[in-house]
Design a binder for this molecule. Structure first.
Ligand code: HEC
Ligand code: HEC
Ligand code: HEC
Ligand code: HEC
Length: 499
């Protein structure tokens, strides 16, 4: 082939083509470079602090000025539009869905109201509305202690620092109503200095201490689940309503049950069966550990707070929600299967666990009512003791699975195993009850009450819902606005510095 210079001499258009191609190439390179620089500048811009505030700053909007992307996605936890087959962020009255729960929790706050969990932006308003906190009006106290605020707000670390931890827990719920007003947020999980993940709740640090682990020594990946384990765990109120995670003997349902049994701890006495009951809270962190994803090193944030890209910026999605509303950024980062297939993998596990859970739930309702019948017929405490322990254990195991909202996906085999042991305990109770009832001269089936709706079930256990509702309405109209006004005045005095 002739040299290119000779070719140009013969056919000058070739030179022009080369010239044009070069110009276009240089132009495109320029565009690329400018875009990269722009993105870089954007990155620097996003992370240059605009405002300086303390670690104890409870207002998410103040932290949000420095981190608008995280803040904007965080605000989206207010969204209630997503509903999956069993979970999601829509409002759902669980007692209406399943009135048997009213009988299982008779005599305990949960029989008054229990709703499906929503996003973090609902934490405080949902607490005002739920009947479990009562209606502290006309000088009346709430039936709940201040400990209940612990999992709801970044005002909590602030108050613990101001008042001391034990002092914070003391007193009934309404006494700190004007202090705790910001929903779960930045100060709950982050260090204001460098935005590293940070544990703000002493109960978790103390639980780790008791297990002989220094929580400051854990890996970064572990922190991506421990920030959640500050709240999404089993807990109880000890002396002075002090918040404790019962992990000393281990994280399994049996280990915690053994812990509670040893302390002879009970949350309440069931008014029908008189069994000393335990209420499982939401052992999501604990049950998750028994599943394959934990065993392969995943943390909660991998599925509930995935990385997303916006304007060339990779950041963490702070819209904490069901991953099924965002399969592309969660499951499909690791799994190649189609969305529909992954969805059915989840639903299949949930449906199967629910089937077994339903059997156990039926047995438990019957056991409570049969025990009630035995008392009615003059059963002695000595005769009932074993039976009541069986009921306590069976319901604890049922609740451990039921209250761990993600558990049937997080750890399906462990969930099924726990329910299996619950079925065993419930059968034991009913066998012993059948014998006892026969010895008391009652040799037929104990009638099952009509608890086909929430209203009927609540009436059966003697709850006056109408009175509760009018009181609650007054509380919401008369007390809550005063709390909010007081909080606003207090927050005006907080110091921040614009940079
Ligand atoms: C429930 C805990 C939690 C809350 C509440 C929370 N974050 Fe985060 N945040 C995380 C986790 C987990 C990460 C991911 C950390 C990692 O992988 O290194 C993260 C990462 C970040 C980062 C690092 C950059 C990034 O996007 O990965 C910033 C900045 C941040 N969050 C800001 C905020 C702000 C602002 C708020 C309040 C509006 C907030 N966070 C509330 C848990 C939380
Ligand atoms: C300070 C306590 C606290 C922390 C920390 C916390 N949560 Fe929550 N979370 C809650 C509460 C309370 C609710 C229920 C709010 C409601 O229903 O009003 C909730 C709700 C949820 C929901 C249900 C949301 C929906 O739309 O259905 C998910 C999922 C969730 N949290 C996951 C996490 C994950 C993952 C982390 C860690 C990155 C975490 N949470 C950290 C207290 C907390
Ligand atoms: C960060 C990676 C990662 C993400 C994100 C992830 N998985 Fe997995 N998943 C794994 C690994 C690893 C395993 C274990 C498979 C193995 O080791 O062979 C697994 C196992 C599974 C299994 C089989 C478990 C069983 O019970 O036998 C299912 C089903 C599954 N994942 C579904 C999902 C779904 C649905 C999501 C989204 C909500 C998801 N995964 C998100 C990595 C991931
Ligand atoms: C492999 C992905 C994955 C990991 C990791 C994971 N989850 Fe989940 N989680 C799910 C899926 C899938 C569901 C079921 C969502 C549904 O049914 O809509 C779920 C459900 C939940 C729910 C109930 C959500 C709702 O809408 O009410 C909570 C709360 C929760 N997870 C908390 C956690 C916590 C805390 C951790 C860490 C200890 C964790 N999850 C780790 C995938 C995951």
């Amino acid at each position: 082939m002739k040299p290119f210079t000779d070719q140009i001499k013969e056919k000058p258009w070739k030179g022009w083509v080369l010239f044009l191609v070069t110009i276009i190439l240089v132009f495109c390179l320029g565009l690329l470079a400018s875009s990269i620089i722009e993105r870089r500048a954007e990155a620097v811009f996003a992370y240059t602090p605009k405002i300086e505030h303390s670690q104890w700053e409870p207002r998410n909007e103040v932290w949000g000025e420095n981190f608008p992307r995280q803040y904007n996605t965080f605000l989206q936890t207010e969204d209630q539009s997503f509903k999956s087959k069993h979970n999601g962020s829509a409002h759902m009255d669980m007692l209406e869905e399943d009135p048997r729960l009213v009988i299982l929790w008779a005599g305990y706050g949960f029989s008054k109201a229990y709703n499906q969990g929503k996003g973090h932006e609902h934490a405080i308003p949902d607490m005002y509305k739920i009947h479990r906190t009562g209606a502290p009006i006309d000088g009346k106290k709430s039936p709940m202690p201040n400990t209940c605020w612990t999992c709801k707000s970044p005002d909590v670390p602030r108050l613990m620092q101001e008042m001391g931890v034990a002092e914070f827990y003391k007193g009934s719920w309404e006494t700190l109503g004007h202090e705790v007003v910001n929903n779960i947020g930045c100060a709950d999980c982050h260090d204001a200095q460098n935005m590293n993940l940070r544990i703000s709740r002493p109960a978790l640090v103390e639980a780790y201490d008791k297990m002989g682990i220094d929580i400051n020594s854990v890996s970064h990946q572990d922190m991506r689940q421990l920030v959640c384990a500050q709240c999404h765990v089993e807990y109880y109120f000890g002396e002075g309503k002090y918040l404790i995670f019962p992990w000393e003997k281990g994280l399994t349902a049996e280990a915690m049950e053994a812990y509670y049994d040893e302390y002879e701890f009970k949350d309440w006495i069931h008014p029908i069966s008189k069994a000393p009951m335990l209420k499982a809270q939401h052992p999501d962190f604990e049950l998750f550990q028994a599943g394959i994803h934990a065993q392969r090193g995943l943390a909660c944030a991998d599925c509930h707070m995935p990385y997303i890209n916006e304007g060339g910026q990779k950041f963490t999605d702070h819209k904490v929600q069901s991953p099924l509303n965002n399969i592309a950024n969660t499951c499909q980062v690791c799994h190649r299967e189609e969305t529909q297939e992954l969805l059915s993998n989840v639903y299949e596990r949930q449906d199967k666990i629910k089937q077994t859970r339903n059997y156990l739930e039926d047995l438990l309702v019957r056991a409570h009512i049969e025990a009630g019948k035995a008392w009615e017929l003059g059963a002695k405490e000595e005769q009932m003791k074993d039976i009541l322990m069986d009921i306590r254990h069976a319901q604890w195991r049922w609740d451990y699975v039921a209250a761990s909202h993600g558990g049937s996906f997080h750890a399906p085999i462990e969930s099924a195993r726990i329910l299996g042991t619950g079925l065993d305990a419930a059968h034991d109770a009913r066998l012993k009850l059948a014998r006892l009832l026969a010895s008391l001269g009652y040799n037929k089936e104990v009638p099952y009450p009509d608890i086909s709706t929430k209203e009927k079930a609540q009436k059966y256990i003697g709850l006056d819902i109408e009175k509760m509702e009018t009181d609650k309405q007054r509380f919401l109209e008369e007390v809550v606005p005063v709390w909010k006004e007081k909080a606003k005045e207090r927050e005006k005095t907080y110091k921040t510095k614009n940079l």
